[in-house]
Each structure stands twice: as C-alpha cells, then as structure tokens.
Design a protein around this ligand. Structure first.
Ligand code: G1P
Length: 356
C-alpha cells in the first residue's frame, strides 16, 4: 500500500502575533530551520515522498520557502483551502489529491522529535482505519484529549474543560479513505470549525478501527511564543556541535555544543552551547547562549542573550539588559539608550525598533 503525506499549513497564527503579521507561523525558525521543514523531513524519513501541503493566506510565502520538494527528494503539491474552517475541512479539501490512498496527516506547526516509522508500521500491522498519536501533557484542556479503556479509545474530545485524561492528540494522524465519510457526517464545533477530533470520534462511534499510539519522545504544538522558545530549547538540546571551516574567530570561546554556520565572525565573545549562530552573522564583545538561536545576517555587539530566538538580519547593539526568553522578529534593531534594567523578556515582530 502506498502512503501519501498531507501537511496542514494554512491557519493564521493569531496567538503568535505580532510575528505572524508578517510571516507564516509554520516558517518561524526553530534552531534556524522553519518549523514546517521538520515535518517534511519526518515524512520523507518515513518513506513518504508524495506530499500535499494545505495552504491558506500565506500560500506564496510557504511555496517560496518549500518549493517543489526536490531539496528533500520528495514531490510536493499545494492545495488551497479558501477559508480556515478547521482541520477536518482541510482534509476534505485535499480529497481530490489524496484519492483513496491512506495518508499521514501532519500539522505544520507541530514538532515531534523522533521517527514516524514505528507509527506507520503500526497502521499496517493492525490493519487499522486510523492510528492517532497520543502524548501525556500538563495542560490537556489546550488540546484534543483521548479517554482510553484497556488501551482502546473510548472517547475523544476537543479542548475539554474537564479533561478525562492527560493524553493529548498529537498533530500527526494516519487515516484511510473512511475519514472522508466521517468528515461529511460531523457538524462545526463551538469555534465554528470542522474538528478532526470529532471526525475521529465518528469513526470510533461507528466501529471503525482507530488505534492509539502513545509516543515517548517530546513534541510541541508551537502555537504560542513560549512554545516556540521551548521547542527551540528542546531541538538545540538534541543537536551536536559543528563549526563551519570558514569561521573567523578573533579571541572568542565556544563552550559545549555550538553550531556555527558559514561566514560567521566572532570577536572577543563567548558562545555557550547548546546554541546556533546563523550564516553571515557577526558577534562582538558578547555572551550568547545557552539555548540561543541566532539566525543569519545578525549583528550583535556588547550584549548578553540566552534562551532566545533572534531572527534574520537583526541588529542588537550595546543592549544594556540581558535578553532572555525572547523571540525577536526579522530585521529588528535593539539599541542602548540611557538607563539599565536587569533581565528583559520580549516578543517583537519583524522590523521593530527598541531603544532602552
Ligand atoms: C489541533 C487539534 C487538537 C490537537 C492539536 C495538536 O488543535 O484540534 O486536537 O491536540 O492540534 O497540536 P489547534 O492547534 O487547532 O488548537
């Protein structure tokens, strides 16, 4: 049997404003790589090379970043969803592309550490109509939640006020063609969306075989700024250090696992891993890391940064406070003015200017 991939990359990312005013949320960088690329890589690694990506308002930007898939040896098609009417609606929109093939659906703002192969094998081994990934979480009311009885799914509820368990639906699912019937049967939810959770519940209620598969690796739904920072921390923690041979290092120290991409210049600075410094960035008289991702083309001088994501082409010069737990959008300038405070936590959209 031939498995296709479907990645959902519509959605507006309202909880990540102001960053998502100017950029698709799925393209925000985690360890200097767009979130969406982690999903594509996971599918390709599981042997899935035919991938459809559902796009909405941010279509042009997504297509420009991802292209035809040849970077990954895959073939990527784009499917337009003309209104964000829910994940199940997105599945329906892709019915023509998916035809009758089973498929892995991957939410483009999710990041799952680890391989999907076992999960795919489980689908074939159990001859299920659907396999859903579950993971224990601290705040189940933010997710779709599964109630199990002796390992079988009894009930699935989207964002329950009183969750029956702490098992959240992770944003990766396998379905066969019966999901299209299910989507046709359900009604929009209180948030006026066709919920994939309700469609899966329909499958369960109508005696289709839906199997749970609980993951032990970490995963993140990167819906909010703190989730992006946490995902960045977790990905950096998994990476091994690597320094590009063209590094111009003037009296700087690399401590622990540090990734330095091409064309970087470091002067009198300390980079404390886990950390990544993007191509063409220059850093002087500064302390960077741990858990800092500095994108490409960034200039930093006389500043301390940790647990943060600094996006492309930012300038952070003589900044008097240590920057922590911050997400700084592209092409933003942070500069010194007259007074000093201690830590500072920021979420700044692209093209901002802050003088403190
Ligand atoms: C969606 C699903 C939810 C799932 C979550 C995983 O939520 O509706 O069931 O647990 O993704 O990321 P949403 O991101 O639409 O709030």
């Amino acid at each position: 049997m031939f498995l296709k991939g479907l990645i959902l990359s519509g959605g507006t990312g309202t909880r990540l404003r102001p960053l998502t005013h100017t950029r698709a949320k799925q393209l925000l960088p985690i360890a200097n790589k767009p979130i969406l690329f982690y999903g594509i890589e996971a599918l390709v690694e599981a042997g899935i090379k035919e991938i459809g990506i559902i796009v909405g308002d941010t279509k042009d930007e997504i297509i420009k970043a991802v292209g035809d898939g040849s970077t990954w040896g895959a073939h990527i098609s784009y499917i337009e969803q003309n209104a964000p009417l829910g994940l199940a609606h997105a599945v329906k929109t892709a019915q023509g592309y998916l035809a009758d093939e089973p498929f892995v659906m991957y939410l483009g703002d999710n990041l799952i550490w680890g391989k999907l192969q076992h999960f795919v094998r489980e689908f074939y081994r159990t001859k299920a109509n659907s396999v859903i990934l579950l993971s224990p979480v601290d705040e189940p009311q933010r997710f779709g939640v599964a109630q199990l009885d002796q390992g079988r799914i009894v009930k699935l509820i989207e964002k329950p006020q009183n969750p029956p368990s702490n098992l959240a639906l992770v944003g990766v699912y396998i379905f066969d063609h019966n999901i299209f019937t299910a989507v046709d049967k359900i009604k929009p939810s209180w948030r006026n969306e066709l919920e994939i959770t309700d469609a899966i519940q329909w499958l369960v209620s109508n005696n289709y075989r839906v199997n749970p598969y609980t993951i032990t690796n970490w995963w993140k739904d990167t819906g909010k700024a703190e989730d992006i920072l946490e995902a960045n921390r977790m990905v950096l923690d998994e990476l091994t250090g690597k320094v590009a041979p063209d590094l111009r290092n003037h009296n700087s120290q690399l401590v622990g696992r540090v990734i330095i991409q091409e064309g970087v210049e470091l002067t009198n600075s300390t980079i404390r891993g886990p950390a990544i410094i993007g191509a063409g960035s220059s850093i002087a008289n500064s302390c960077i890391g741990p858990f800092a991702s500095i994108s490409s083309g960034v200039t930093i001088a006389n500043t301390e940064i940790e647990y943060s994501v600094i996006m492309e082409d930012c300038r952070v010069i003589d900044f008097p406070s240590r920057i922590r737990n911050s997400l700084i959008g592209r092409n933003t300038t942070l500069c010194r003015s007259t007074f000093r405070c201690n830590d500072i936590n920021l979420v700044l959209g692209d093209n901002s200017q802050l003088f403190i």
